[in-house]
Design a protein around this ligand. Structure first.
Ligand SMILES: C[S@@+](CC[C@H](N)C(=O)[O-])C[C@H]1O[C@@H](n2cnc3c(N)ncnc32)[C@H](O)[C@@H]1O
Length: 384
Protein backbone atom coordinates (compact mmCIF):
# COMPACT_ATOMS: atom_id res chain seq x y z
CA UNK A 1 0.00 0.00 0.00
CA UNK A 2 2.80 2.44 0.87
CA UNK A 3 4.50 1.92 -2.50
CA UNK A 4 1.17 2.18 -4.33
CA UNK A 5 0.37 5.47 -2.58
CA UNK A 6 3.82 6.86 -3.40
CA UNK A 7 3.50 5.78 -7.04
CA UNK A 8 0.13 7.47 -7.22
CA UNK A 9 1.56 10.65 -5.65
CA UNK A 10 4.28 10.69 -8.34
CA UNK A 11 1.69 10.06 -11.04
CA UNK A 12 -0.33 13.09 -9.88
CA UNK A 13 2.62 15.50 -9.67
CA UNK A 14 1.99 17.05 -13.09
CA UNK A 15 -1.79 16.90 -13.26
CA UNK A 16 -3.21 17.20 -9.74
CA UNK A 17 -1.30 19.11 -7.06
CA UNK A 18 -4.08 18.33 -4.58
CA UNK A 19 -3.89 14.58 -5.09
CA UNK A 20 -0.07 14.61 -5.19
CA UNK A 21 -0.17 16.14 -1.68
CA UNK A 22 -3.02 13.91 -0.50
CA UNK A 23 -1.29 10.67 -1.58
CA UNK A 24 2.03 11.84 -0.15
CA UNK A 25 0.31 12.40 3.19
CA UNK A 26 -1.50 9.03 3.07
CA UNK A 27 1.80 7.29 2.25
CA UNK A 28 3.39 8.97 5.27
CA UNK A 29 0.51 7.83 7.51
CA UNK A 30 0.85 4.24 6.32
CA UNK A 31 4.64 4.43 6.71
CA UNK A 32 4.23 5.62 10.31
CA UNK A 33 1.91 2.71 10.95
CA UNK A 34 4.42 0.25 9.43
CA UNK A 35 7.10 1.77 11.69
CA UNK A 36 4.86 1.38 14.77
CA UNK A 37 4.49 5.15 15.12
CA UNK A 38 0.85 5.47 13.99
CA UNK A 39 -1.16 8.36 15.36
CA UNK A 40 -3.40 6.71 18.03
CA UNK A 41 -6.37 8.72 16.72
CA UNK A 42 -5.99 6.94 13.35
CA UNK A 43 -5.69 3.40 14.70
CA UNK A 44 -9.40 2.69 14.18
CA UNK A 45 -9.30 4.21 10.70
CA UNK A 46 -6.59 1.73 9.66
CA UNK A 47 -8.59 -1.14 11.15
CA UNK A 48 -11.71 0.00 9.28
CA UNK A 49 -9.86 0.03 5.94
CA UNK A 50 -8.26 -3.38 6.66
CA UNK A 51 -11.69 -4.77 7.48
CA UNK A 52 -13.29 -3.32 4.30
CA UNK A 53 -10.59 -4.77 2.05
CA UNK A 54 -10.07 -8.11 3.81
CA UNK A 55 -12.32 -10.03 1.41
CA UNK A 56 -11.52 -8.05 -1.72
CA UNK A 57 -8.92 -8.66 -4.37
CA UNK A 58 -7.32 -5.86 -6.34
CA UNK A 59 -5.57 -6.45 -9.63
CA UNK A 60 -4.11 -3.04 -10.50
CA UNK A 61 -1.71 -1.19 -8.18
CA UNK A 62 -3.71 2.04 -8.38
CA UNK A 63 -7.05 0.61 -7.24
CA UNK A 64 -6.61 0.96 -3.47
CA UNK A 65 -5.14 4.49 -3.60
CA UNK A 66 -7.94 5.65 -5.93
CA UNK A 67 -10.61 4.00 -3.77
CA UNK A 68 -9.31 5.64 -0.63
CA UNK A 69 -9.12 9.05 -2.28
CA UNK A 70 -12.60 8.48 -3.74
CA UNK A 71 -14.02 7.61 -0.33
CA UNK A 72 -12.58 10.84 1.10
CA UNK A 73 -13.86 12.85 -1.88
CA UNK A 74 -17.33 11.37 -1.41
CA UNK A 75 -17.35 12.64 2.17
CA UNK A 76 -16.33 16.10 0.94
CA UNK A 77 -19.03 16.09 -1.76
CA UNK A 78 -21.63 15.09 0.83
CA UNK A 79 -20.68 18.10 2.94
CA UNK A 80 -19.35 15.87 5.73
CA UNK A 81 -15.79 17.18 5.67
CA UNK A 82 -15.86 20.98 5.84
CA UNK A 83 -12.21 21.07 6.93
CA UNK A 84 -11.30 19.60 3.51
CA UNK A 85 -13.81 21.30 1.21
CA UNK A 86 -11.81 24.55 1.19
CA UNK A 87 -9.07 22.63 -0.67
CA UNK A 88 -11.40 20.78 -3.07
CA UNK A 89 -12.20 22.66 -6.30
CA UNK A 90 -15.16 20.27 -6.80
CA UNK A 91 -16.75 22.03 -3.80
CA UNK A 92 -15.60 25.54 -4.66
CA UNK A 93 -12.25 25.30 -2.86
CA UNK A 94 -8.72 25.86 -4.01
CA UNK A 95 -5.34 24.30 -3.28
CA UNK A 96 -1.70 25.20 -3.77
CA UNK A 97 1.26 22.97 -2.76
CA UNK A 98 2.24 25.52 -0.08
CA UNK A 99 -0.88 24.35 1.80
CA UNK A 100 0.23 20.69 1.89
CA UNK A 101 0.71 20.62 5.65
CA UNK A 102 -2.71 22.14 6.34
CA UNK A 103 -4.24 19.69 3.88
CA UNK A 104 -2.51 16.76 5.63
CA UNK A 105 -3.86 17.85 9.02
CA UNK A 106 -7.37 18.15 7.60
CA UNK A 107 -7.11 14.72 5.93
CA UNK A 108 -6.05 13.09 9.21
CA UNK A 109 -8.91 14.80 10.99
CA UNK A 110 -11.45 13.55 8.44
CA UNK A 111 -10.05 9.99 8.44
CA UNK A 112 -10.27 9.90 12.22
CA UNK A 113 -13.81 11.30 12.34
CA UNK A 114 -15.45 9.88 9.23
CA UNK A 115 -13.89 6.46 8.54
CA UNK A 116 -17.02 4.57 9.52
CA UNK A 117 -19.04 6.53 6.95
CA UNK A 118 -16.54 5.50 4.28
CA UNK A 119 -17.24 1.79 4.77
CA UNK A 120 -19.83 1.35 1.93
CA UNK A 121 -17.55 3.09 -0.58
CA UNK A 122 -14.40 1.25 0.51
CA UNK A 123 -15.98 -2.17 0.73
CA UNK A 124 -18.33 -2.13 -2.30
CA UNK A 125 -17.19 0.30 -4.96
CA UNK A 126 -14.85 -0.33 -7.85
CA UNK A 127 -12.93 2.21 -9.88
CA UNK A 128 -15.64 2.95 -12.39
CA UNK A 129 -15.73 6.10 -14.44
CA UNK A 130 -17.76 7.24 -17.42
CA UNK A 131 -15.91 9.58 -19.76
CA UNK A 132 -18.29 11.75 -21.74
CA UNK A 133 -15.92 12.96 -24.47
CA UNK A 134 -15.92 9.75 -26.53
CA UNK A 135 -19.22 10.32 -28.36
CA UNK A 136 -17.94 11.32 -31.77
CA UNK A 137 -15.69 8.27 -31.83
CA UNK A 138 -18.76 6.07 -32.29
CA UNK A 139 -21.14 8.64 -33.82
CA UNK A 140 -18.98 9.44 -36.86
CA UNK A 141 -18.77 5.87 -38.15
CA UNK A 142 -22.47 5.34 -37.46
CA UNK A 143 -23.29 8.49 -39.46
CA UNK A 144 -21.14 7.15 -42.29
CA UNK A 145 -23.07 3.87 -42.51
CA UNK A 146 -26.50 5.16 -41.62
CA UNK A 147 -26.60 7.59 -44.55
CA UNK A 148 -27.28 4.81 -47.03
CA UNK A 149 -30.51 3.41 -45.60
CA UNK A 150 -31.62 5.78 -42.83
CA UNK A 151 -33.79 3.37 -40.88
CA UNK A 152 -34.72 3.53 -37.20
CA UNK A 153 -32.02 2.37 -34.86
CA UNK A 154 -31.65 0.31 -31.70
CA UNK A 155 -28.51 1.44 -29.91
CA UNK A 156 -26.70 -0.93 -27.57
CA UNK A 157 -23.64 0.07 -25.57
CA UNK A 158 -21.44 -2.68 -24.09
CA UNK A 159 -19.57 -1.70 -20.92
CA UNK A 160 -21.69 1.44 -20.64
CA UNK A 161 -20.91 2.29 -16.99
CA UNK A 162 -23.57 4.95 -16.28
CA UNK A 163 -24.73 5.03 -19.90
CA UNK A 164 -23.61 8.59 -20.55
CA UNK A 165 -22.15 7.53 -23.91
CA UNK A 166 -25.60 6.33 -24.97
CA UNK A 167 -26.84 9.91 -25.27
CA UNK A 168 -23.71 11.43 -26.83
CA UNK A 169 -25.73 12.50 -29.88
CA UNK A 170 -27.53 14.95 -27.58
CA UNK A 171 -24.37 16.70 -26.36
CA UNK A 172 -22.99 19.94 -27.76
CA UNK A 173 -20.15 19.91 -30.29
CA UNK A 174 -17.97 22.36 -32.10
CA UNK A 175 -16.19 20.35 -34.76
CA UNK A 176 -13.35 21.84 -36.77
CA UNK A 177 -13.13 20.26 -40.21
CA UNK A 178 -10.99 20.72 -43.34
CA UNK A 179 -10.57 24.25 -44.77
CA UNK A 180 -11.31 25.81 -41.40
CA UNK A 181 -14.98 24.92 -41.56
CA UNK A 182 -16.84 24.48 -38.29
CA UNK A 183 -19.92 22.39 -37.55
CA UNK A 184 -21.68 23.11 -34.28
CA UNK A 185 -24.50 21.58 -32.30
CA UNK A 186 -25.97 23.18 -29.19
CA UNK A 187 -25.90 21.14 -26.02
CA UNK A 188 -24.21 20.58 -22.70
CA UNK A 189 -21.53 19.31 -22.23
CA UNK A 190 -19.94 20.98 -25.21
CA UNK A 191 -16.95 19.35 -26.88
CA UNK A 192 -14.41 21.00 -29.15
CA UNK A 193 -13.02 18.42 -31.60
CA UNK A 194 -10.84 18.68 -34.68
CA UNK A 195 -11.13 16.20 -37.54
CA UNK A 196 -8.02 15.40 -39.55
CA UNK A 197 -6.74 12.72 -41.89
CA UNK A 198 -7.61 11.62 -45.40
CA UNK A 199 -11.26 10.83 -44.60
CA UNK A 200 -11.98 14.05 -42.68
CA UNK A 201 -13.91 15.73 -45.50
CA UNK A 202 -16.50 12.95 -45.77
CA UNK A 203 -16.82 12.53 -42.00
CA UNK A 204 -17.25 16.28 -41.56
CA UNK A 205 -20.02 16.37 -44.20
CA UNK A 206 -21.88 13.55 -42.43
CA UNK A 207 -22.26 15.65 -39.26
CA UNK A 208 -25.14 17.53 -40.90
CA UNK A 209 -27.21 14.37 -40.36
CA UNK A 210 -26.63 14.29 -36.60
CA UNK A 211 -30.10 15.65 -35.61
CA UNK A 212 -31.83 13.15 -37.92
CA UNK A 213 -29.69 10.32 -36.57
CA UNK A 214 -30.63 11.34 -33.06
CA UNK A 215 -34.32 11.26 -33.91
CA UNK A 216 -33.91 7.81 -35.50
CA UNK A 217 -32.53 6.20 -32.34
CA UNK A 218 -35.69 4.79 -30.89
CA UNK A 219 -34.22 2.50 -28.25
CA UNK A 220 -31.10 2.92 -26.11
CA UNK A 221 -29.82 -0.04 -24.12
CA UNK A 222 -26.74 -0.11 -21.89
CA UNK A 223 -25.02 -3.23 -20.63
CA UNK A 224 -22.47 -3.36 -17.84
CA UNK A 225 -21.23 -5.67 -15.11
CA UNK A 226 -22.26 -2.89 -12.76
CA UNK A 227 -24.49 -0.28 -14.41
CA UNK A 228 -24.59 2.97 -12.47
CA UNK A 229 -27.91 4.76 -12.32
CA UNK A 230 -27.34 8.53 -12.25
CA UNK A 231 -30.91 9.08 -11.07
CA UNK A 232 -29.81 7.60 -7.77
CA UNK A 233 -28.02 10.33 -5.81
CA UNK A 234 -25.51 7.91 -4.24
CA UNK A 235 -24.53 6.37 -7.60
CA UNK A 236 -24.11 9.77 -9.22
CA UNK A 237 -21.84 10.71 -6.32
CA UNK A 238 -19.66 7.65 -6.95
CA UNK A 239 -18.92 8.90 -10.46
CA UNK A 240 -18.19 12.37 -9.13
CA UNK A 241 -16.06 11.08 -6.26
CA UNK A 242 -13.77 9.19 -8.64
CA UNK A 243 -13.01 12.30 -10.67
CA UNK A 244 -10.01 14.13 -9.31
CA UNK A 245 -11.41 17.12 -7.44
CA UNK A 246 -9.16 19.67 -9.14
CA UNK A 247 -10.17 18.48 -12.63
CA UNK A 248 -13.03 20.97 -12.69
CA UNK A 249 -13.72 20.76 -16.47
CA UNK A 250 -14.16 16.98 -16.32
CA UNK A 251 -16.45 17.23 -13.33
CA UNK A 252 -18.51 19.95 -15.04
CA UNK A 253 -18.79 17.75 -18.16
CA UNK A 254 -19.97 14.83 -16.06
CA UNK A 255 -22.61 16.88 -14.27
CA UNK A 256 -23.88 18.38 -17.53
CA UNK A 257 -23.99 14.95 -19.20
CA UNK A 258 -26.03 13.56 -16.31
CA UNK A 259 -28.57 16.37 -16.77
CA UNK A 260 -28.76 15.70 -20.52
CA UNK A 261 -29.12 11.97 -19.95
CA UNK A 262 -32.08 12.62 -17.68
CA UNK A 263 -34.09 13.66 -20.76
CA UNK A 264 -33.79 10.21 -22.36
CA UNK A 265 -35.38 6.84 -21.75
CA UNK A 266 -32.63 4.30 -21.26
CA UNK A 267 -32.74 0.71 -20.30
CA UNK A 268 -29.91 -1.18 -18.60
CA UNK A 269 -28.85 -4.81 -18.56
CA UNK A 270 -26.61 -5.98 -15.74
CA UNK A 271 -24.06 -8.63 -16.64
CA UNK A 272 -21.19 -9.65 -18.83
CA UNK A 273 -21.29 -8.15 -22.32
CA UNK A 274 -21.25 -11.55 -24.06
CA UNK A 275 -24.25 -12.71 -22.05
CA UNK A 276 -25.92 -9.38 -22.80
CA UNK A 277 -25.52 -9.78 -26.57
CA UNK A 278 -26.89 -13.34 -26.43
CA UNK A 279 -29.73 -12.29 -24.17
CA UNK A 280 -30.77 -9.37 -26.38
CA UNK A 281 -30.61 -11.41 -29.57
CA UNK A 282 -32.60 -14.28 -28.06
CA UNK A 283 -35.35 -11.93 -26.91
CA UNK A 284 -35.71 -10.37 -30.38
CA UNK A 285 -35.33 -7.12 -28.47
CA UNK A 286 -34.28 -5.07 -31.47
CA UNK A 287 -37.36 -4.52 -33.61
CA UNK A 288 -35.78 -1.74 -35.69
CA UNK A 289 -34.29 -2.16 -39.17
CA UNK A 290 -30.86 -1.10 -37.92
CA UNK A 291 -28.92 -2.08 -34.81
CA UNK A 292 -25.80 -0.28 -33.62
CA UNK A 293 -23.67 -1.96 -30.98
CA UNK A 294 -20.76 0.04 -29.62
CA UNK A 295 -18.19 0.03 -26.86
CA UNK A 296 -15.63 2.63 -25.79
CA UNK A 297 -12.71 1.62 -23.55
CA UNK A 298 -14.54 -1.48 -22.38
CA UNK A 299 -13.61 -4.51 -24.52
CA UNK A 300 -9.98 -3.80 -23.52
CA UNK A 301 -10.93 -5.33 -20.14
CA UNK A 302 -11.58 -8.72 -21.79
CA UNK A 303 -8.73 -11.22 -22.14
CA UNK A 304 -8.18 -12.72 -25.60
CA UNK A 305 -10.44 -15.74 -25.10
CA UNK A 306 -13.23 -13.59 -23.70
CA UNK A 307 -12.87 -11.11 -26.58
CA UNK A 308 -12.97 -13.93 -29.14
CA UNK A 309 -16.20 -15.15 -27.52
CA UNK A 310 -17.63 -11.64 -27.76
CA UNK A 311 -16.74 -11.39 -31.47
CA UNK A 312 -18.34 -14.80 -32.07
CA UNK A 313 -21.53 -13.84 -30.16
CA UNK A 314 -21.90 -10.62 -32.15
CA UNK A 315 -21.13 -12.33 -35.48
CA UNK A 316 -23.70 -15.05 -34.72
CA UNK A 317 -26.31 -12.45 -33.76
CA UNK A 318 -25.69 -10.20 -36.78
CA UNK A 319 -25.70 -13.18 -39.16
CA UNK A 320 -28.49 -15.05 -37.34
CA UNK A 321 -31.47 -13.46 -35.55
CA UNK A 322 -30.65 -9.99 -36.88
CA UNK A 323 -29.68 -11.04 -40.40
CA UNK A 324 -32.61 -9.06 -41.82
CA UNK A 325 -31.29 -5.85 -40.22
CA UNK A 326 -28.52 -3.44 -41.04
CA UNK A 327 -26.07 -4.19 -38.20
CA UNK A 328 -22.90 -2.43 -37.23
CA UNK A 329 -20.56 -2.85 -34.24
CA UNK A 330 -18.28 0.10 -33.50
CA UNK A 331 -15.38 -0.09 -31.09
CA UNK A 332 -13.26 2.74 -29.73
CA UNK A 333 -10.52 0.73 -28.07
CA UNK A 334 -6.76 0.45 -27.84
CA UNK A 335 -5.17 -1.97 -30.34
CA UNK A 336 -5.16 -5.49 -28.93
CA UNK A 337 -1.85 -7.26 -28.41
CA UNK A 338 -0.98 -9.11 -31.60
CA UNK A 339 -3.80 -7.48 -33.58
CA UNK A 340 -2.94 -7.50 -37.31
CA UNK A 341 -3.30 -3.82 -38.12
CA UNK A 342 -3.08 -2.20 -41.53
CA UNK A 343 -0.04 0.09 -41.84
CA UNK A 344 -2.13 3.27 -41.61
CA UNK A 345 -3.55 2.20 -38.22
CA UNK A 346 -0.21 1.40 -36.57
CA UNK A 347 1.06 3.26 -33.50
CA UNK A 348 -2.25 4.80 -32.38
CA UNK A 349 -3.45 5.05 -28.76
CA UNK A 350 -7.08 4.20 -29.56
CA UNK A 351 -8.65 2.96 -32.78
CA UNK A 352 -12.17 3.36 -34.12
CA UNK A 353 -13.05 -0.01 -35.65
CA UNK A 354 -16.22 -0.88 -37.49
CA UNK A 355 -17.29 -4.51 -37.75
CA UNK A 356 -20.08 -5.61 -40.09
CA UNK A 357 -21.37 -8.94 -41.35
CA UNK A 358 -19.05 -10.20 -44.09
CA UNK A 359 -21.68 -12.27 -45.89
CA UNK A 360 -19.92 -15.49 -44.86
CA UNK A 361 -21.23 -15.82 -41.31
CA UNK A 362 -18.47 -13.75 -39.78
CA UNK A 363 -17.55 -10.09 -39.34
CA UNK A 364 -15.37 -7.90 -41.54
CA UNK A 365 -13.43 -5.09 -39.86
CA UNK A 366 -12.87 -1.64 -41.22
CA UNK A 367 -10.38 0.68 -39.48
CA UNK A 368 -12.24 3.99 -39.47
CA UNK A 369 -10.04 6.31 -37.46
CA UNK A 370 -7.93 6.97 -34.38
CA UNK A 371 -7.75 9.30 -31.40
CA UNK A 372 -6.48 9.61 -27.85
CA UNK A 373 -8.62 8.09 -25.09
CA UNK A 374 -10.09 11.54 -24.29
CA UNK A 375 -10.45 12.74 -27.86
CA UNK A 376 -9.98 16.35 -28.90
CA UNK A 377 -8.62 15.38 -32.33
CA UNK A 378 -9.89 12.47 -34.40
CA UNK A 379 -7.96 11.22 -37.40
CA UNK A 380 -10.25 9.72 -40.02
CA UNK A 381 -8.55 7.16 -42.24
CA UNK A 382 -8.82 7.05 -46.02
CA UNK A 383 -12.00 5.52 -47.37
CA UNK A 384 -13.85 5.86 -44.09
C1 LIG B 1 -13.30 2.28 -18.32
S1 LIG B 1 -15.01 1.99 -18.13
C2 LIG B 1 -15.59 2.77 -19.62
C3 LIG B 1 -17.01 3.14 -19.50
C4 LIG B 1 -17.55 3.87 -20.73
N1 LIG B 1 -17.66 2.98 -21.85
C5 LIG B 1 -16.69 5.07 -21.06
O1 LIG B 1 -16.08 5.11 -22.15
O2 LIG B 1 -16.62 6.00 -20.24
C6 LIG B 1 -15.19 0.26 -18.51
C7 LIG B 1 -16.58 -0.28 -18.22
O3 LIG B 1 -16.65 -1.60 -18.73
C8 LIG B 1 -17.36 -2.40 -17.82
N2 LIG B 1 -16.97 -3.80 -18.05
C9 LIG B 1 -15.76 -4.36 -17.89
N3 LIG B 1 -15.79 -5.67 -18.22
C10 LIG B 1 -17.07 -5.94 -18.61
C11 LIG B 1 -17.74 -7.11 -19.06
N4 LIG B 1 -17.10 -8.27 -19.16
N5 LIG B 1 -19.04 -7.01 -19.37
C12 LIG B 1 -19.71 -5.84 -19.24
N6 LIG B 1 -19.12 -4.70 -18.82
C13 LIG B 1 -17.82 -4.74 -18.50
C14 LIG B 1 -16.94 -1.86 -16.46
O4 LIG B 1 -17.87 -2.21 -15.45
C15 LIG B 1 -16.89 -0.36 -16.74
O5 LIG B 1 -18.12 0.27 -16.48
Amino acid sequence: MIDDLRLQADYCQKTSPLYAALYTHLAALYQDRADGRADPDLQVFFETVDHCWAGRSFTAWFERPLLLAGAIHEQVLQGNAPELSRFYASCGGDFSPSQSEALGNAVSQVLGDRHRHMVPFLSQETIQTNETSRGLAWLLPVLAYWQKARPDITLIELGCSAGLGLVADGYGYRVHGPAERVWAQEGDPNFEVTLGGAGAEQAFASLADMPALSAAITRRIGCDLNPLDCRQENQKRILEALIWPDNAPRLARLRAAIKTQDQYDLCFERGDMVACVKHLSARSFANTPMVVVFNTVASCYLDDDHYTTLCRAIADTFNGPWADKECVWVEFEMPRTGEALPDFAQGQEQLVKVHRPDGKGDLGTHYFGAAMAHPTEIEIFQGA
